[in-house]
Design a protein. Sequence first.
Length: 184
Amino acid sequence: MANNILIITGDGGESYEAWYAYHRFLEAGDRPVVAAPSKRRMHLVMHDFEQGWDTYVERQGYGMDAQMTIDEAQESDFEAILILGGRAPEYLRHHQVLLRLVQQFHQKKKWVFAICHGIQVLINAGLAEGNCLTCYEHVRSEVERNGGTYATTEAVRDKNIVTAQTWQSHPEFYREVFKCLAEK
């Protein structure tokens, strides 16, 4: 049976993470639905790692249409939520409707997935405390300051939460994601 997966991103979201997730879920026969602050074509970015840089560089990425707004999304319509990285979580972590939505998924023991900076939304929703999580290395201190344990592995599962470091963690992350979805 197909799973309905809510994918959260917005302007400044990581385009490779967005399209990879969308296509992987379609390939598996699931129904991914992209939600953002507004229902329109989003301006996504590509983050890459280059020699000589202490952090990632950012370039314009592929666009993607949001199929619904975050305000329209209902936890009861989905089996899982995926929060993507990029810069979008910098402002999405202050979106009160999104924070309540993430909390609802968690309270109902539904799957909560986050990659890279997507962890910032989980942190602001109060999901770091007491959980083992991973994320982009320069967000580690936010996890630890909010009561979480930082894992150095590419992807980690703790109860109903699966997190990953960056788009380079896709193989490990999506192996865990699809194991979780198969468990239902």
